[in-house]
Design a protein around this ligand. Sequence first.
Ligand code: URA
Length: 209
Amino acid sequence: MLQPSENCDLCPRLKAFREDNREAFSDKFNAPVPSFGSQDAEFLIVGLAPGLKGANFTGRPFTGDYAGDLLYKTLLKFGFAKGTYMGHAADGLELVNCRITNAVRCVPPENKPLGDEIKQCQPFLKNELESMPQLKLVLSLGKISHDAVVRTCGEKLSSYKFGHSAVHILENGLTLIDSYHCSRYNTNTGRLTEQMFFDVFELIRQKII
Ligand code: URA
């Protein structure tokens, strides 16, 4: 499987940020965050990028920050996870028929990857999609993830408009479902409510039995 190396230098800005973080938080993960869950899953969730004090600290996507609290609560509720989520990579939580990755594997300053950084990370996302033989459905969390998935599948953005709860059938047969990102910002502003997020998973559950 194609993985960014621990000291990946494809993105100079992200490399510099990682080096700063390794100094500032020397006991934390501070490296490209690998995907979580089995490659035999039918369902892949694609986030944006590790949060500084979440996945970048713990080494597991969405683990240790607010976005993860909502995501893992929802995965447990809909049977896509089992165990107890405790916000660290050794909590024993297991994903069920589900895998989680990020469009960008390294933490970006201010949670905002640049266009070129998303492009540099695309081969890893492409390999991710190609390494899941049973993959049926991709959930994109936010427009950056949606755009990265559509581009990675070699398709035109103009053919697939991002929208919360939108369901797209890609030319390669994959179903792509969009959701607003489960970030604290989106839930605080009311752009995404817990119920709206649950409704997306209700839809996914209908497609993955
Ligand atoms: N943590 C992640 O791993 N990805 C996100 O998109 C947000 C938080």
